[in-house]
Write a protein that binds this ligand. Structure first.
Ligand code: B12
Ligand code: SF4
Length: 443
């Protein structure tokens, strides 16, 4: 059996014409994990294709195609799925967007898989081999990540990625921020790989630097503490994601730093407490942001700080205040996004009930387009302000000011800042689709 697993990409991230440089691109674990879950007894050959790094072969042949779908790539995924099915190749769709909108996806697939797929995907493949593919596979919440599954990273061409040393210890998150896909798609129950399996994966890979893609590594304090202790003997340096609550837990932070953590992606989201309250993210306190960054720097940890624009309390002043703030606070790598109501989330439901969703073209749901009517500014002002903030934060002067104050992980910080500077200066190339320019011109 020949299985082709594909990660389709929207325009922003596609390798040709996209603006997401190799210096920003690590190898995700979706396709490599699915490949590792293929039951050995089927004797299948698995090939992986990531449209973010390569063109799909026009004559791609397979007995079964699996596509991973996030909201921003749903139109491209459906287009590819329809093409394969026209050629008589059965298609399976899975991933966050399929979990959020299975009925929509089912119109383009022979089978859809919702939720995580640790048990359902092997089951699907066995059914397919017997000629008994079912239209719907659901992973119940009662599964565990106990069995050792080592992602098949060797199936991706490492030349396309900054690093292949990408790992995962946990899934989902215990919080319920109203804009986040994780609690809606997968629930808040923590799923954890046994710490020994994570360590074994890192050892096998021979990694010296690692990226953890877990949504919130400190969701379960006891587990995080066990994991960090187990990482210490490996002597690696690693980057991951956490909430800013880590800065308020000196013991865990000390352990995290000792285990080799050198950078954290943190969702600060907004400098408005009222926005945070309505998004159910009250544990973020804007008054403490600067101290949080300083505390992480003190431990040698650089900060990728993420902010969203367009929440209901935001007025046109928010762009300048936030952009100046990230420079003053010496955030090593700031990222800005436009608030995006992913389907199924409480944020989407609220905007829909208020009649404020302007477009359901999922390709625009990439965090860089305005798809709803903002409360206190126009669509055009939100789009322009967001772009302005990117440019301001990535002026050479701003980069220098941020990095000279931080002085943490300078070589890596300089190269990723240059990657994001390129991104910031090319964002406008992606605001030329007809619907979008029409909206901006109309306001
Ligand atoms: C790597 C990554 C990216 C990469 C590539 C993603 C891609 N597929 O194109 C890049 C950097 C491009 C990216 C960009 C963005 N991303 Co992203 N990203 C991730 C991240 C961190 C890791 C993915 C991963 O490797 N997971 C590990 C694997 C094992 O889990 P998994 O992918 O969920 O797969 C499991 C199941 O879902 C299922 N499954 C998945 N696909 C399939 C397919 C088949 C056939 C089957 C059977 C099963 C199946 O089986 C797997 C095993 O259980 C996830 C967060 C996370 N930790 O998952 C966010 C995540 C996917 N991203 C998300 C978001 C919001 C974004 C951005 C909007 C961020 C932004 N503000 O700019 C952009 C949008 C890009 C776009 N074009 O629209 C959301 C998804 C939202 C949504 N509704 O689609 C996630 C879930 C994060 C979150 N907080 O909610 N991202
Ligand atoms: S803390 Fe982060 S991952 Fe967890 S629900 Fe909130 S936004 Fe999502």
């Amino acid at each position: 059996m020949q299985i082709a697993l594909i990660s389709p990409k929207g325009p922003l991230y596609r390798h040709r014409g996209g603006i997401f440089k190799r210096s920003l691109r690590y190898a995700p674990l979706t396709l490599t994990t699915l490949a590792a879950l293929v039951p050995a007894e089927l004797g299948a050959t698995v090939r992986l294709y990531d449209e973010g790094v390569e063109e799909l072969p026009a004559d791609l042949e397979a007995d079964l195609v699996g596509l991973t779908v996030i909201t921003g790539t749903a139109p491209r995924s459906y287009e590819l799925a329809d093409q394969f099915r026209r050629r008589g190749i059965p298609v399976v769709l899975g991933g966050p967007h399929v979990t959020l909108l299975p009925e929509e996806a089912a119109a383009h697939a022979d089978a859809v898989v919702t939720g995580y797929a640790e048990q359902s995907w092997p089951q699907l493949l066995r059914d397919f081999a017997r000629g008994q593919l079912a239209p719907r596979y659901r992973q119940g919440a009662d599964f565990r990540l106990d069995s050792p599954v080592f992602p098949a990273r060797q199936l991706l061409d490492r030349r396309h990625f900054l690093t292949m040393d990408v790992f995962e210890a946990t899934r989902s998150c215990n919080h319920d921020c109203d804009f986040c896909v994780a609690p809606t798609a997968w629930g808040r129950k923590p799923y954890q790989k046994p710490v020994e399996h994570v360590v074994e994966d890192i050892r096998r890979q021979g990694a010296k630097r690692a990226i953890f893609i877990d949504l919130n590594l400190i969701a379960d304090r006891a587990y995080a503490s066990r994991l960090f202790r187990a990482l210490i003997p490996l002597g690696i340096r690693w980057f991951g994601l956490s909430t800013l609550l880590i800065a308020h837990d000196p013991e865990l932070l000390g352990l995290m730093a000792q285990s080799g953590c050198r950078g954290l992606l943190i969702g600060f989201e907004t400098i408005s407490s009222a926005n945070l309250a309505s998004a159910h993210k009250r544990f973020n306190d804007p008054a403490a942001y600067q101290a949080v960054v300083a505390e992480l720097h003190r431990h040698g940890i650089s900060v990728m700080g993420c902010f969203v624009f367009g929440l209901d309390e935001d007025t046109e002043e928010v762009f300048e205040r936030t952009a100046r703030f990230v420079v003053e606070a010496a955030i090593d790598l700031p990222r800005f996004a436009i608030a995006t109501p992913f389907p199924g989330t409480p944020f989407y439901q609220r905007l829909e009930a208020e009649g404020r969703i302007l477009s359901r073209d999922w390709e625009l749901y990439d965090g860089q387009h305005v798809v709803f009517r903002p409360a206190r500014m126009s669509v055009a002002a939100l789009a322009a302000g967001h772009e302005w903030a990117w440019r301001y934060a990535y002026r050479y002067r701003s980069i220098a000011r941020r990095l000279l104050r931080s002085r943490v992980q300078l070589p890596i910080a300089i190269s990723s800042n240059l990657g994001y500077r390129f991104y910031a200066h090319h964002l406008h190339c992606f605001y030329n689709c007809d619907w979008y320019t029409g909206q901006r011109a109309a306001v």
